[in-house]
Design a binder for this molecule. Structure first.
Ligand SMILES: C[S@@+](CC[C@H](N)C(=O)[O-])C[C@H]1O[C@@H](n2cnc3c(N)ncnc32)[C@H](O)[C@@H]1O
Length: 270
């Protein structure tokens, strides 16, 4: 990635952002953005939480971030930015610090900026365009299970977090050998996630299975489904839509069988 020199991203010191990547196009993100434009702004947050679970999962992780006042916050692998938009809304009475979203799919990063008005950079979390110790807290939701480079990614999050900074993780974990292959994922075990966190400078403070938190309320699910219905109406024949549906169905079967579970972790950098 070309180095662009130091810059400010809404008050957070950044280095090495690659604006050229942002010109590229990420299909599903564009479709979701168009569906939200059709259905209304109240659909944006549910539609833009892609794989981050229910508001109860987000609330449990958010409680562990210890955010207040002008704390600086990073969403690593932010997708369309729904979780951070939710966080900003829910924590408005105690926290108003700068936020940066980092997402490697350039169109998703750009779409999140348009949907929620927060700065987003196109970047892999193994190589974040942020200075050392530049954020006080971060979360990384549904990302660790998509990369083989788990320790590189965690070490990079450790680099940009200040000592004592909090990290929230949502990770899809394999509880036994998955019976189907999901090409986009590399599921860790419970033990390997803990080992990787300890090896990269994090203490695990608490953890729980997402299944133990409440599922999303009906109106959240209705909005999510309405967005999916508009996307299917307009793009069902597109190979990208069929591939996304296939991945979704495989993951659904792995999770129903208990082979893969969603795990939430609160941790602190030391
Ligand atoms: C399941 S989605 C979750 C998106 C968002 N965190 C959320 O919860 O709504 C996984 C996201 O991780 C991104 N991703 C995949 N590999 C990544 C990596 N190595 N570094 C950062 N993000 C990555 C994908 O582009 C995708 O947006």
């Amino acid at each position: 990635m070309p180095q662009q020199g130091a810059a400010e991203i809404d008050g957070i010191r950044a280095v090495g952002a690659d604006p050229a990547l942002e010109a590229e196009f990420d299909t599903v993100a564009a479709w979701t953005e168009a569906a939200v434009a059709e259905l209304g702004e109240d659909h944006a947050i549910p539609a833009a939480c892609r794989g981050s679970g229910s508001p109860a999962d987000l609330a449990w992780l958010a409680d562990g971030l210890d955010l207040h006042d002008d704390d600086r916050f990073l969403d690593a692998g932010s997708g369309l930015g729904g979780p951070t938009a939710w966080l900003i809304r829910e924590y408005a009475d105690r926290w108003s610090g700068p936020v940066v979203l980092a997402e490697p799919m350039p169109h998703a990063a750009a779409a999140s900026r348009r949907l929620f008005g927060r700065p987003a950079v196109a970047a892999w979390s193994e190589h974040l365009p942020l200075a050392d110790d530049s954020v006080d807290a971060a979360w990384c939701l549904g990302v660790l299970d998509t990369t083989e480079e788990k320790r590189t990614l965690l070490a990079e999050l450790h680099r940009v977090l200040r000592p004592g900074g909090r990290l929230g993780l949502l990770v899809l974990v394999a509880r036994r050998e998955p019976s189907e292959d999901l090409s986009s994922n590399s599921f860790p075990s419970d033990e390997s996630v803990e080992r990787d966190l300890e090896a990269t400078g994090f203490h695990v403070l608490d953890r729980r299975d997402a299944a133990s938190t409440a599922s999303a309320p009906d109106d959240w699910q209705r909005r999510e489904e309405a967005v999916q219905a508009v996307i299917a109406r307009d793009h069902a024949d597109d190979p990208a839509h069929r591939e996304a549906e296939h991945q979704h169905a495989v993951l659904g079967r792995l999770m129903s069988a208990g082979e893969v579970v969603s795990v939430l972790l609160r941790s602190r950098a030391y």
